[in-house]
Design a protein around this ligand. Structure first.
Ligand code: UDP
Length: 396
């Protein structure tokens, strides 16, 4: 990054001395939000910002409802009942009672803990709602239910311009990031990559197409298999679908079962259930791949895309949510449409390795300039300062 970047971060961080930033979300493991927080919180600590991280509590029923909210906010059809809303409110009331809210800045991530803001008036601290979801076309019922909470915050943060809404509070546009020095993204020696392939029984005999995603309908795992089957008619290759579950996602078992059934006994399809925290393994699988695919039907940002591009991998990804911020079509990857379109793009890259390599290299530079955690840290520090000093211009 260079010394200047680090010095700038230190200068900004020093202005927050004595302030506590309390992050709150709904899970410590699984999914992009936990991934970002697990690197952001310690790095803020290294800059001497007192950043902490708590999670709300919820039973299976609560997470069943919040998963429906999640899908509905992404614009997927969901039937949400009055009981669902009541259940959300009941869990919110419980968390309000049980969770200690000690931060000078309370940084709430996503809809699950959004209702905690009801305590803002009484506590008098600063509150930010960080929305990681593509809420460009939300289900109106769920958005209207959440909005009375959202407007109580001092500010809202969205990942892409298209996700912003007309709100009477300040809005910030901050895209997510990856940590290039983490186990998930650091360089790996070839023997480590080979040993992970061996562990999962993946031969290196032909090109490998990989999608890394939680087992979630929004990631369209069955669509990935269908696109792969089309590609296989003309190019011999393997598919790796590496996925996990998240403790706040009750649907994943069902999706995994469907994926396994669709894959059947095809020896070229490897469906892997990867335990949480297997960052080196995910890194190795991404690095072992010829092409990374991300065929999401909705996506807040899609950290997996930046992870792949950082590894200079050619990427074929759907043109949804935050993905077009990362994949500039035909320059840092290919934006694909539908099953046929994804298959077409995969085949194009498999048969043009030079073009694929060029896209991957451009992708790595794009991530270097836009989606590394140092840029993200700077944005968050400026956000915190803007809350603490709403009238001031911030001088470094
Ligand atoms: N991930 C993982 N193991 C898995 C599946 C996903 O570690 O089995 C990671 C993935 O590498 C990425 C994050 O989880 O860092 C997923 O973030 P993304 O924004 O792509 O999607 P989300 O799960 O938040 O919808």
């Amino acid at each position: 990054m260079g010394r200047g970047t680090i010095e700038e971060l230190r200068l900004l961080a020093a202005k927050l001395s004595g302030k506590v930033v309390q992050n709150i979300n709904s899970t410590f493991v699984g999914g992009g939000v936990a991934e970002i927080l697990s690197h952001m919180v310690p790095l803020l600590g290294q800059l001497d910002v007192d950043a902490r991280w708590n999670v709300i509590k919820g039973d299976d029923e609560f997470f069943r409802v919040t998963k429906k909210f999640h899908n509905a906010l992404h614009g997927r059809p969901e039937r949400i009942t009055a009981e669902d809303f009541a259940l959300f409110m009941e869990a919110t009331r419980k968390n309000i009672k049980e969770l200690e809210l000690y931060g000078d800045i309370i940084f709430v991530h996503d809809p699950q803990p959004a209702g905690l803001v009801s305590r803002k008036k009484e506590l008098g601290n600063k509150w930010v709602w960080r929305c990681h979801i593509d809420v460009s076309h939300p289900n109106e019922d769920v958005w209207n239910f959440l909005q009375p909470f959202v407007v109580q915050y001092d500010a809202a943060v969205f990942s892409a311009p298209a996700f912003s809404h007309e709100l009477p509070i300040r809005q910030f546009l901050i895209s997510p990031s990856i940590d290039p020095l983490s186990d998930k993204n650091k360089e790996l020696p070839q023997p480590t990559i080979d040993s992970v392939l061996a562990k999962y029984g993946i031969p290196k005999d032909k090109p490998i197409i990989t999608q890394v995603s939680r087992f979630d309908y929004l990631k369209d795992p069955v669509g990935v298999i269908q696109a792969f089957e089309i590609v296989r008619k003309s190019v011999d290759c393997r598919l790796v679908f590496a996925g996990g579950t998240a403790s706040d996602d009750p649907e994943s078992e069902k999706v995994l079962a469907e994926v396994k059934e669709r894959a059947g006994s095809n020896p070229n399809i490897h469906v892997l259930l990867i335990p949480p925290g297997s960052d080196i393994e995910i890194n190795a699988l991404q690095r072992a791949s010829t092409i990374i695919v991300q065929k999401s039907v909705r996506e807040g940002f899609g950290l997996t895309v930046s992870e792949a591009l950082w590894k200079a991998k050619p990427v074929v990804a759907s043109a949804v949510g935050g993905i077009p911020l990362q994949v500039k079509n035909k320059f840092t990857g290919l934006l694909s449409y539908g099953i046929e379109g994804t298959a077409y793009d995969l085949r194009q890259l498999l048969t043009n390795p030079e073009y694929a390599r060029w896209l991957g290299e451009n992708g790595r530079e794009h991530v270097r300039y836009n989606f590394l955690i140092t840029r993200h840290l700077r944005d968050y520090l400026l956000l915190f300062l803007a809350l603490e000093h709403p009238q001031d211009i911030i001088y470094l």
